[in-house]
Design a binder for this molecule. Structure first.
Ligand code: HGY
Ligand code: MN
Ligand code: MN
Length: 414
């Protein structure tokens, strides 16, 4: 197998440059959709792509496409990519390794003089993280057609700003009807990503090949109780929204522990208390609940149990509630042919690897509705992610890029 030369210093320097576009002090990274830092990062990324001589376009949501034109540009392309938005106080590798690593993979092929038959396209997906609008993978959902323009137009963030104004303010003014892609766009899609878990490091393996992506669900619950003076309002008859929430939070954790499934996870990652004063009884509490499993029946069992618990607690405590299921997605299976391509490249390069499920979701979960997909993982130190200590070594990233590049070259010449 021809070895590729990956320009690791260039790639690592770019990862470090991109990390500076952040609303959090280093080593943390915060880069929220359509924020000033997000927009500055996009300006920086566009220049890298133009410097690589790729054909670039952006759609009505800000999904960015950078294409290396193949010798037969009429054929469906091979796609790769990931995201550059970052949740508050997270790390500099989540998503970025798939965008800048994808760009590096394409440059390595160009610099090796490899001209693929099919075009190879790098996608920077807008809003993979749920931070601003509560639902993750906005860009890839809309590309796959599972999120419709009418739903996008109805979206507002926690300050009441609506998505349509924000996207237009960021310069993306085309009609939202143009975001959905034809299933003919890509023949395959493969994403490079950090594992965001401990398995590769624990097993001392260099590469992970993803066979399926767990099924995510997100609930947003607003509880309405009775506020009042913490000193002058006696306990009988209180309708404290936070105490009701605390019963629900405990049961979210129990639902995962008692599911009987090793991949069941359930988390309350966001909880807002109103009015939020020590001497004022919480009258309103908003909580967002993240529930996942690789098995759909187990994931749905947990969601149904939590929804029933919310009703039971609120009835008993006479608490009002607005309950929204923001997303309740199916898991996806990687395409066997794409897995095989990545596996044969990894074997020929002599890298140690394992096949594994992805417990995190990714844009690949929705690209799988357009074409056969797979993912390549590189190790995460201590399994850390979504925290500033997120780390993957330069060599591990370069190996992932090399596997990605040669896998894409293989798929692009079919
Ligand atoms: O939450 C996730 O799985 C992804 O990192 N957005
Ligand atoms: Mn993430
Ligand atoms: Mn990610």
């Amino acid at each position: 197998m021809t070895r590729l030369s990956i320009n690791t210093p260039r790639l690592i320097s770019e990862i470090n440059q991109l990390a500076t576009f952040s609303d959090a002090p280093a080593p943390a990274v915060t880069r929220i959709l359509y924020s000033d830092q997000d927009q500055a990062a996009r300006v920086w990324l566009r220049q890298r792509i133009l410097d690589a001589g790729l054909t670039m376009r952006e759609d009505a949501l800000g999904n960015l496409f950078a294409r290396l034109i193949g010798s037969d540009p009429t054929l469906p392309a091979v796609g790769t990519g990931s995201h550059i938005d970052a949740i508050p106080h997270s790390g500099k590798y989540d998503g970025v390794v798939g965008v800048l690593g994808g760009l590096e993979a394409i440059r390595a092929l160009q610099e090796a003089g490899i001209k693929p038959k099919r075009s190879i396209e790098l996608v920077m997906f807008t809003a993979e993280e749920p931070t601003r609008f509560g639902i993750g993978c906005l860009g890839s959902r809309a590309m796959a057609g599972t999120l419709k323009p009418a739903e996008l137009l109805a979206m507002t963030d926690s300050d009441g700003a609506n998505l349509d104004d924000l996207r237009k303010g960021a310069g993306f003014t085309q009609s939202l009807d143009t975001v959905q892609l034809s299933p003919e766009t890509y023949s395959s899609f493969i994403e490079l990503h950090i594992e965001q878990g401990p398995r590769l490091e624990r097993d001392k393996l260099q590469i992970g090949i993803v066979t399926s992506i767990a099924a995510p669900a997100t609930l947003r619950v607003v509880l309405h109780g009775d506020g009042g003076h913490a000193g002058a309002t006696l306990m009988p008859g209180r309708r404290d929204a936070l105490v009701a929430a605390s019963e629900i939070v405990q049961d979210v954790e129990r639902a995962a522990h008692e599911s009987g499934s090793p991949d069941a996870v359930a988390t309350v990652g966001l909880l807002q208390v109103h009015p939020g004063a020590v001497n004022s009884i919480p009258s309103k509490v908003t909580l967002e609940i993240d529930i996942r499993d690789t098995r759909l029946d187990s994931r749905d069992g947990m969601v149904d149990r939590v929804l029933a618990k919310i009703e039971e607690v609120c009835e008993r405590r006479k608490i009002g509630r607005d309950v929204e299921v923001l997303n309740r997605d199916d898991p996806c299976q990687s395409g066997p042919h794409i897995i095989k391509a990545a596996e044969s490249v990894t074997q020929e390069l002599g890298y140690s690897y394992k096949k594994l499920v992805s417990r995190a979701y990714h844009d690949t979960l929705f690209m799988a509705q357009l074409c056969p997909t797979a993912m390549i993982f590189v190790p995460s130190e201590n399994g850390y992610s979504h925290r500033p200590e997120e780390y993957t070594t330069d060599e591990e990233i370069a190996r992932g890029v090399e596997v990605l590049a040669l896998t894409m070259a293989k798929l692009a010449n079919e």
